[in-house]
Design a protein around this ligand. Structure first.
Ligand SMILES: [Zn+2]
Length: 258
């Protein structure tokens, strides 16, 4: 019997027999567990195996398959169900983890990152708009895809007032270096995002700061908006993902504006 703490990221029905849940664990990375039919298990156990439940699981392993035995809930992020935008954002993060974290990755950083993000999202302590780039860029960095945030690729200026961050190259140029490059090439190069120093500072904070201090950050809406567009393009370009949950989140966002 295995004991592990895990966060449920996805569930799939398997007829009357039961359902499969995917969870992110410290010990085994992303793991798929079979939960046998709902008749035998108690209400408490059903809660612990729901989407976005974080619990202490008892799992039986049989060859390379895992079977759910019981669980003690630690925290169930049930408030997510009350807000469609928050739920769609959390589902996007969950899909990102499921599709990119390798099995058997023993690492608690990603688990801490998603748990903290869901905490701030459900407690309403940070806006979804702010949490999206925080999670995306930090997640990418922890997975080994960290943008080069130190200095302009052309002149080594590390505090340019205005700059251009490239999603495809994962580095930045000050405006004058980028304009020179662009003149030579004659078109918009490198999937570029124009931003101010405040944008760069936000990207530096997300990628470099201690995980405990990640959420202690404020920025204006414009800065958050450009960093969010950059971080999404960066993720899509470097982790080769095209996620339905991301499209769904944007649909919800668009509808909220009207
Ligand atoms: Zn420069």
């Amino acid at each position: 019997m295995l004991s592990m703490k895990g966060l449920v990221l996805h569930e799939t029905q398997a007829g009357d027999k039961g359902r499969f849940i995917d969870m992110l664990t410290e010990e085994l990375g992303v793991v798929t567990v079979f939960v046998r039919g709902s008749k035998k298990i108690t209400g408490k156990s059903i809660a612990a195996t729901q989407l976005f439940s974080y619990a202490d699981f008892c799992i039986e392993q049989c060859k390379d398959r895992y079977y759910y035995q019981n669980a003690k809930p630690i925290r169930i992020f049930y408030q997510l169900r009350e807000n469609l935008r928050d739920l769609s954002l959390a589902s996007y993060f969950a899909e990102l983890i499921r599709t990119t974290v390798p099995k058997d990755k023993q690492d608690n950083i990603i688990l801490r990152l998603i748990l903290n993000t869901l905490f701030y999202l459900t407690e309403g302590k940070r806006d979804a708009k702010m949490l999206k780039p925080l999670f995306e860029l930090r997640f990418a960095s922890e997975m080994g895809f960290m943008p080069d945030v130190l200095m302009c690729k052309g002149c080594m200026n590390h505090l340019p007032e205005r700059l251009v961050f490239s999603a495809s190259e994962g580095c930045f140029w000050c405006r004058s270096c980028y304009d020179k490059l662009n003149k030579n090439e004659g078109s918009d190069l490198y999937n570029a995002y124009y931003m101010s120093l405040a944008g760069l500072e936000m990207i530096r904070h997300i990628t470099l700061v201690d995980l405990d201090r990640l959420f202690n950050f404020r920025a204006g809406d414009e800065v958050i908006d450009i960093v969010s567009r950059f971080s999404e393009a960066f993720i899509c370009s470097h982790m080769s993902v095209k996620l339905r949950s991301l499209e769904f989140y944007h649909n919800i966002e668009r509808n909220m504006k009207y």
